[in-house]
Design a protein around this ligand. Structure first.
Ligand code: GLA
Length: 623
């Protein structure tokens, strides 16, 4: 099709949302108040973007030519514990949907309950699994009771914001690529009934990869089936059409990039090819949700992981090589997609977002440090347990736990041999730093299938094992598995008992920050100084800095080992010298003009400087 040829299929909906409209799935097209419309949607996860930036990102989607924003709802983000449901700040889904409406756009909501999305546990709360008896993603009463509560908690947010109530929501998705996981139509029917039961009236869809088996297992005759794919649209739509004989065809996840694992390369896709693929899809008359329009960031400890034989945790950035980059600026893909979308959307605005500026580049010294061993009294309560507990058993669902026990191999049967004793664990989830009397002996890494480590001959004293949950698997049967050390723990075959465990309370780092700031103040009064040398982990380091307001920063982590960073108490996420990612984004809204605090938890060793650079470094690609 040439640039000037009229597009196949219906014209895009006007970008002005009309109060109390009716959105329906017609015999051939989506219909808004009886008129055919094409959905031109882009995925944008509110939980991966600072709330003060939502409006900016949504506006830029409109300016690219989209008329709809799609978001998942991350159940576990809202419900970190069974008795909590948080809709505040960055989890204020109502505000996000109101921002969508204020930009004159429609919304598609995918409340899961399972979302995949490279998100910790695929969005399922870890507390669901602690009894060990719940059966997720199928017709199982405990699971469905929890889902019912979750949907009831979402109802006040979603129901009044449906299009027939004057809000932006036009579609709701049931489950997520269910055909890739299970085949339980009774479960799907119950989910539909629950979603209707809370007052959702808009049409419901499902999404599946376009294979006969997945499309057949992932949906119900009453649900509108859509596909997930990023190329070969004609073939994929033909398969979809066999399973969805009437109504509009839609690619609900048009993959325009991909996510990255630690230790692998940064994924990018060809702009020209992606734009051509989008054009092919739209020329065939289909509706689309571009996955992702803007990926954002796995702030804190929210990243998921894959495990298809080897555990692969996902990096902090969710840039996704999307049209709008992680910092919210247009890429070449943005402009190429805009050109394609302009052919199909007569109401595309003239306004265009500006290009990314250079971020301020500067370095500040770390001025204080606090060994983890000296900070334990600031990080929560120790728990004692005769048997080795998982993190989950202690109510810790993200982050780190410090396991401690006393050993004396000079009196155990291990001493019968002059050989060094060996510590053996059932499994490590996911990475354990083993220390004896404050001296690091080594690391046991799940992705290496490590389970054993030799201790020095005659080892005796305090054995510390600092364990990191590197992100829960988000796809496949390992969803919901407990984290931490999985027993038994044995020393030369003899079980180790009497553990004390400190689940590290890192959600609120103010006590650690205050302690570091106080050290800085007292040192500064005498020597005015930076740390005398590198930061030896596990330890916290501290810096403070001033910055002109308004700009994001990129923290360069190349000279640091592995850990996590907080700026003004906001957890930027994990860093790792392993890459591919070597910068962490600091969103402008978390910064203030003076007295910003930076706290780093370094597990291994770090240069004593915080270095900010002009642009992101998401690492090497495979080209
Ligand atoms: C599938 C899932 C999404 C996401 C993508 C890959 O399509 O539905 O949640 O995991 O794969 O990014």
């Amino acid at each position: 099709m040439s640039e000037s040829t009229p597009a196949a299929g219906p014209e895009a909906a006007s970008v002005t949302a009309t109060p109390a409209s009716r959105f329906a799935i017609g015999a051939e097209q989506f219909e808004l108040d009886g008129e055919p419309v094409r959905i031109l949607s882009g995925a944008l996860h509110y939980f991966r973007v600072h709330p003060d930036l939502w409006r900016d990102r949504i506006r830029k989607a409109r300016e690219m030519g989209l008329n709809t924003i799609e978001t998942y709802v991350a159940w576990n983000a809202h419900a970190p514990h069974e008795d909590e449901f948080d809709l505040s700040g960055g989890l204020d889904l109502g505000r996000f949907l109101d921002d969508v409406a204020a930009e004159g756009m429609h919304a598609i909501v995918r409340p899961g309950p399972y979302i995949c999305a490279e998100w910790d546990n695929g969005g399922l709360p870890s507390w669901l699994f602690t009894s060990g008896t719940v059966g997720v993603r199928r017709d199982e009463p405990q699971y469905l009771a929890a889902v019912q509560r979750y949907l009831e908690q979402l109802a006040p947010v979603l129901v009044p914001r449906q299009i027939d109530n004057g809000g932006p929501i036009i579609l709701v998705q049931i489950e997520n690529e269910y055909g890739a996981y299970g085949s339980d139509p009774v479960y799907l029917e119950k989910l539909v009934a629950m979603n209707r039961g809370i007052g959702l009236t808009v049409p419901f869809t499902t999404v599946d990869q376009p294979t006969d088996e997945m499309l057949a297992n992932g949906s119900l005759p009453s649900l509108h089936k859509t596909g997930s794919f990023g190329s070969r649209s004609a073939e994929r739509l033909a398969t979809l059409r066999e399973h969805q004989p009437t109504g509009p065809l839609m690619c609900s996840e048009f993959w325009d990039g991909w996510f990255d694992f630690w230790g692998a390369h940064h994924h990018t896709t060809s702009t020209a090819q992606s734009a051509a693929d989008l054009d092919e899809l739209l020329a065939l008359g289909a509706s689309v949700n571009i996955y992702m329009f803007h990926g954002g960031t796995n702030f804190g400890f929210t990243n998921g992981a894959n495990d298809k034989g080897v555990y692969q945790p996902i990096v902090t950035s969710y840039d996704y090589d999307a049209p709008l980059d992680e910092a919210g600026f247009p890429t070449s893909k943005y402009w190429a997609f805009r050109e394609v979308l302009a052919k199909y959307n007569p109401s595309i605005p003239d306004a265009r977002p500006s290009a990314a500026p250079s971020a301020p580049a500067f370095r500040v010294p770390l001025t204080a440090s606090l060994p983890l061993d000296a900070a334990t009294n600031l990080l929560g309560e120790w728990v004692t347990s005769d048997e080795l507990p998982t993190m989950d058993a202690l109510g810790l669902f993200r982050g780190f736990a410090l396991y401690r026990t006393e050993i004396d191999t000079t009196v155990s049967s291990a001493s019968a041999s002059a050989l060094p004793p060996v510590l053996e664990l059932g499994e490590v989830r996911d990475r354990a730093i083993v220390r004896l009397n404050g001296v690091t002996l080594g690391v046991l890494a799940r992705d290496h299938h490590d389970r054993r480590i030799a201790l020095p001959a005659g080892a005796r004293g305090t054995l510390d094992i600092l364990v990191e949950d590197q992100g829960r698997v988000d796809y496949g049967p390992r969803i919901g598995e407990p984290k931490g050390l999985i027993g038994p723990a044995c020393l030369n075959g003899e079980p180790l008992h009497r553990w004390t465990v400190l689940p590290l309370a890192l959600d609120d780092l103010s006590a650690v920050t205050d302690a570091l700031a106080a050290t800085t103040a007292s040192v500064a009064a005498s020597v005015a100084g930076a740390l005398a040398g590198p930061l030896a982990g596990p330890a916290f380091g501290y810096a403070s800095f001033d910055v002109d307001p308004g700009a994001d920063l990129y923290l360069d982590t190349r000279d640091w080992g592995k850990g996590a960073v907080w700026v003004n108490g906001f957890n930027l996420g994990r860093y790792w010298s392993r890459g591919p990612q070597h910068t962490l984004i600091v969103p402008a809204p978390v910064l203030r003009p003076t007295g910003n605090t930076l706290v780093v938890l370094e597990l291994h060793a770090a240069a004593p400087t915080a270095s900010f650079v002009a642009s992101p470094d998401l690492g090497h690609t495979d080209f």
